[in-house]
Design a binder for this molecule. Structure first.
Ligand code: CMC
Length: 379
């Protein structure tokens, strides 16, 4: 018997009870633990926000200092993980490298003391600390360089940009990157978070939880969209081409990347903040030719598809910010992963607090009592 109506993509079906974040898709509001995203973007730092998401409250100065100190201390990678990465092909996608390295952490820290708060904290710290180092190491190695060690005098975001580029970053660039991490840190039960929760519910180790979430984030309908946005803007090439491009997409029922959202039916509040950040970067480091195309695209899509609730999502302007920070296009999704690990860990912890293994049902559409036909008689 079918107890519930089947909803493809589980649209509107609650998969859990959670107090971590909240989205009002009609009013364009996002809150982490009840705090508006605009306020966090203005006043918080990524690590403070990660602490808030995972432990439910803003840390005191002392708590934040200890958390930051522990993360600084655990940023380095085991040489065996670096050696493993050296065997990866340079042409491979950085998300595949990240997924493999996150899973490999389980080889080193396999104790599953899931009811021990000290174990939970150590896993949170290790993952938040090491994931940026893994992304930066793959970037340097695929260029043929040795990865560089983290610098203890630099904070989380500045250190990541330093490890990625081998240069100490500009202060504004590091600050803006940190805000990007805040904006991408959490977003209710999206596909990768759901994936993390399903994996967590089997009581496996947290490295397997994060590895499965990284694999889910990689797809073009999820985190991969920010890369696709830049490819699309390059393909459009000029402001004059925008209108015919949109018309062609509508005619062919093709997706316009960076637009549309399962929950938001207005412009994603994160897109508004990212657009302002992009403008700040353009002021300091010069305009980007693709920005004019993006503005025109937003206008034409609103005109043609706005009545269906299709507006820019978080991925639309994030690519333009990362481009100005000189981050290679195929690292945009790993940037998303560096941030979202905070949300995944928060949901892992919440899942463990009241766990029941995920085991949904299905509506069977196949045959019954079908005969087994010997191979020589098959057509
Ligand atoms: N361009 C053109 N039409 C669209 C778009 C778009 N970007 N998004 C949705 N639609 C149309 C879609 O064709 C469908 O039309 P119809 O009813 O005629 O078949 C209708 O709107 C509903 O679309 P849906 O696929 O049922 O909506 P969904 O909630 O399952 O999908 C989405 C949400 C984000 C996957 C989708 O909007 C999409 O593919 N967007 C482009 C990719 C993208 O930007 N992804 C990033 C998502 S936000 C951050 C993240 O999750 O990583």
């Amino acid at each position: 018997t079918v107890a519930y109506e089947y909803r493809p993509g589980l649209e509107g079906v609650p998969a859990t009870q959670s107090s971590i974040s909240y989205v009002d898709g009609q009013r364009g509001i996002l809150e982490y633990q009840g705090i508006r995203i605009d306020n966090l973007a203005k006043y918080s730092s990524f690590l403070e926000t990660a602490y808030l998401l995972i432990w439910g409250e803003l840390p005191t100065q002392g708590e934040l200092d200890s958390f930051e100190y522990e993360i600084r201390y655990h940023r380095r990678l085991k040489y065996r993980i670096r050696d493993m990465m050296k065997c990866f092909p340079e042409s491979g996608h950085p998300m595949d490298s990240l997924q493999a390295c996150a899973a490999a952490l389980g080889l080193f820290y396999s104790r599953r003391a899931l009811d021990d708060p000290a174990y939970i904290r150590a896993a949170v710290v290790r993952l938040l600390a090491k994931i940026p180092t893994m992304v930066a190491a793959f970037q340097l190695m695929r260029k043929g360089n040795d990865p560089i060690q983290p610098r203890d005098d630099l904070d989380y975001s500045a250190n990541f940009l330093y490890m990625l580029t081998e240069r100490e970053p500009d202060e504004l660039a590091a600050k803006i990157f940190d805000v990007c991490l805040i904006l991408h840190a959490e977003h209710t039960i999206n596909a990768s978070t759901f994936s993390a929760m399903v994996t967590a519910s089997t009581l496996t180790d947290p490295y397997a939880v994060i590895a499965s979430a990284v694999g889910t984030l990689a797809g073009p309908l999820h985190g991969g969209a920010s890369e696709e946005v830049i490819v699309m803007l390059e393909e459009i090439g000029s402001v004059e081409n925008v209108r015919p491009f949109v018309e062609k997409c509508i005619e062919r029922k093709a997706r316009i990347m960076g637009f549309g959202h399962r929950v938001y039916k207005v412009k994603d509040p994160r897109a508004t903040i990212l657009q302002a950040l992009a403008e700040k970067l353009f002021e300091k480091f010069g305009q980007d030719i693709y920005y004019d195309i993006a503005i025109e695209l937003e206008k034409v899509v609103a005109e043609k598809l706005g009545h269906r609730g299709i507006y820019p999502n978080v991925d639309f302007y994030s690519g333009l910010v990362y481009r100005k920070l000189r981050i290679p296009t195929d690292l945009y999704t790993p940037m998303f992963a560096i941030a979202r690990v905070a949300g995944w860990l928060a949901h892992w912890k919440e899942q463990l607090e009241e766990n029941r293994i995920f085991r949904p049902t299905q509506i069977y559409t196949g045959l019954h009592d079908h005969p087994y036909i010997p191979i020589e008689k098959r057509m």
